[in-house]
Design a protein around this ligand. Structure first.
Ligand code: ATP
Ligand code: MG
Length: 653
């Protein structure tokens, strides 16, 4: 099917002087064939207290140990080591359009704040190996807390602010934190969202009780403090204005944090990450993938509750000596130009966002994009979900900048597929995140037999042969068996890591992600990715967004059902207009993929059910269409979206 697509190829023009020595193909091959030498070289990008003795210990597959014998510290690499050359340079730029605050912390100031936080955590009994749960809005103190944890060898477990008590309670039980760091409230669209009552309730529900709760009082809503347990950050901080807390040198394999996946396909999984491998992977990615240089500014619009926030708001940019913007607020407030205003003001060179956020901007006045001086910006990276061609084309046209799609997972911590322009300028193809990233031995496998698919344009499961490269998950937190059973046991006859995504690779080595393996639709023996159908549907000029799911059908096995959000919603009540539109959309699908892929129905909804991280909850839509229980919905953003679909299909499609 790949041959049927016509992709536009855009060439990136920038080249980094020092890395022009090797072609990307050579670079990649070396990372696989000469793995240890390759990663030993990358390991020089960070500071070690003791250099590693063994680059990769893969004696107990699939458990990989990277940089064994080495000792280092993430906080040292993100903060302390920059004091020598760039102490007065901005490190953390906190911007809140919710509270109208803006504060720039230099590396020297960040170093001081992190030490104060580390001293307070130590006072509260936190030591090496202990867990600290961070349930915070996007404020600077959240960054201090993360960095303070890794500074003293404690593990952080950041839980997205705004998760309800139930989800929070499960995570408290799983992490068993000694201390929880939180705040009175977050804020969204100018309205305070109280956190403290949710946290109190979560602690009440949880079997595990933290020894202490450290609270940042932003003055947004009143808080009641529980005597003996709750402490205020401002007061505790005052006790440690000049306290120095040295970095705890930990083994490269010492866990740095745990973090949950988005819960798109089921119950979220607790990913455990190491220290040395992660630091090396991020340092290397800043150079080879993001091409960000020390002294520049990186702006990721994600949230610290997600993996993008961990890797590319906090650790990656700081390890790379860049300033990082931590933005609290909507992309549309005070108006849809706010991101670009920040790019201009802070001379952002590298930007990272998600297609879902770009689609929000697409509905805004396009003039807002040309209002600001964006000359500093080199590239916009997007990740998290399929980047559909209309969205990619719109944003690249509007910005006139290269757009690079990154494909990766919470589990991997950094990109699996993309183009590495820091190694060699590489053309991008719309619809494809790019090629296999160095270090990842990516394979396409037949999900029935496990056989490797080596030909062009064959559909298979995207899998990674072990060892996973540095930076990827070590295991599922406290559950090695789940790590093995979930990720390494799904392909028959092979110990291989499954991404649970479905893809093809073209003759040039570019991959195209077709959807989740769970989302493959089997219509009368034809296997179709939901993504392919969604793209065809979304090519209609009045479709803003669409979810396609396979629904059980007595005759055909399964049929596709589409739920779409309109750009012009004014026709929503007009049955005749909607019917006409449905016909047009079906015709489009027939034309691009053939009649087998044509959705049985195209229904129009106000909004689609998504996770808090902005991912389509197709499995919930599918369950509702088939009249089944939609399962774990704890990470769902807006329950009314699913309700609307439920009402529409009445339990059956
Ligand atoms: P869970 O694993 O709990 O079901 P999740 O898979 O959505 O949730 P994440 O780790 O946040 O959790 O998301 C990773 C997934 O997102 C990938 O496996 C893939 O399905 C999708 N994804 C990420 N980036 C891209 C991309 N650039 N193109 C297509 N799909 C992407
Ligand atoms: Mg996943």
């Amino acid at each position: 099917m790949g041959g049927k697509r016509a992709f536009r190829v855009g060439l990136q023009t920038r080249r980094t002087e020092e890395t022009s020595m090797s072609s990307y193909a050579d670079f990649y091959r070396r990372s696989i064939d000469d793995r240890d030498a390759f990663w030993a070289e990358q390991a020089r990008l960070i500071d070690w207290q003791t250099p590693p003795q063994t680059i990769c210990d893969y004696s107990k597959p699939p458990f990989a140990k990277w940089f064994v014998g080495g000792t280092t510290n993430l906080c040292h690499n993100a903060v302390d080591r920059h004091l020598k050359d760039r102490a007065e340079q901005p490190a953390l730029i906190f911007v809140s359009t919710e509270t109208d605050q803006e504060k720039v912390y230099t590396f020297r100031e960040l170093h001081a704040e992190v030490q104060r936080m580390a001293a307070v955590l130590k006072d509260l009994g936190v030591g090496k190996g202990d867990r600290v749960l961070i349930y915070m809005p996007m404020i600077a103190e959240a960054a201090f807390a993360m960095l303070a944890c890794v500074r003293i060898g404690a593990l952080h477990s950041v839980v997205f602010g705004g998760f309800a008590s139930g989800s929070l309670a499960t995570r408290i039980e799983d992490a068993e934190p000694k201390v929880i760091v939180s705040a009175d409230a977050g804020s969204r669209g100018g309205k305070a969202v109280p956190y403290k009552p949710l946290l109190d309730e979560a602690i009440r529900l949880s079997k595990h009780k933290p020894g202490a709760v450290l609270l940042v009082d932003r003055g947004l809503v009143p808080m009641t403090l529980e005597a003996g347990r709750d402490r205020l950050w401002a007061a505790e901080r005052d006790k440690h204005l000049n306290t120095q807390v040295p970095c705890e040198w930990v083994d490269a394999t010492h866990p740095s944090y745990t973090l949950y996946t988005s819960g798109t396909t089921g119950k979220p999984k607790g990913v455990q990450r190491d220290t040395g491998g992660y630091a090396v992977a991020l340092a290397a990615s800043m150079k080879h993938i993001y091409d960000g240089r020390p002294g520049e500014t990186y702006f990721s619009t994600s949230d610290i509750g997600w993996v993008v926030g961990h890797s590319y708001i906090i650790y990656g940019p700081l390890i790379g000596g860049m300033a990082t913007i931590m933005y609290e607020g909507l992309p549309t407030r005070p108006d849809g130009g706010i991101w670009w205003q920040l790019v201009e003001k802070y001379k952002v060179t590298v930007m990272f966002s998600a297609p879902t956020a770009v689609r929000v901007l697409k509905k805004q006045d396009p003039a807002l994009l040309s209002k600001y001086d964006l000359s500093s910006l080199r590239t916009l990276f997007l990740a998290g979900e399929p980047l559909d061609e209309p969205t990619a084309q719109w944003i690249s046209g509007a910005l006139n900048k290269p757009i690079i799609d990154n494909y990766w997972q919470t589990e991997t911590g950094w990109p699996i597929l993309t183009v590495c322009n820091g190694v060699e300028p590489t053309p991008t193809k719309f619809g494809s995140p790019g090629k296999a990233v160095y270090g990842y031995n990516v394979k396409l496998l037949d999900d029935q037999t496990g056989a490797e698919l080596t030909g062009a344009n064959q559909k298979g499961v995207v899998a990674i042969e072990g060892p996973l490269p540095p930076g990827c998950m070590q295991t599922v937190w406290r559950d090695d068996a789940r790590f093995l059973n979930t990720y390494w046991s799904s392909v028959p006859n092979k110990l291989v890591y499954s991404t649970f995504d479905w893809g093809i690779r073209d003759e040039d080595g570019y991959y195209f992600i077709l959807g989740r393996t769970d989302d493959v639709i089997n219509v009368a023996g034809h296997r179709l990715g939901t993504r392919e159908i969604e793209e065809a549907v979304a090519s209609h000029p009045n479709i803003a967004e669409v979810a396609v799911v396979g629904v059980a059908d007595q005759l055909k096995g399964q049929v596709a059902m589409a739920f779409a959000v309109l750009k012009d919603a004014s026709i929503l009540g007009d049955e005749a207009a909607l019917l006409k539109l449905e016909g047009e959309v079906m015709k489009l699908v027939d034309g691009s993929l053939g009649a087998v892929a044509r959705p049985a129905r195209v229904r129009f909804v106000h909004t689609l059910p998504k996770t808090r991280s902005g991912k389509l909850l197709r499995r919930a839509v599918q369950a509702v269409c088939e009249g089944r229980d939609p399962g774990d919905l704890t990470t769902m953003e807006d329950p009314t979206a699913l309700q609307q679909i439920k009402d529409m299909v009445g339990g059956k499609a």
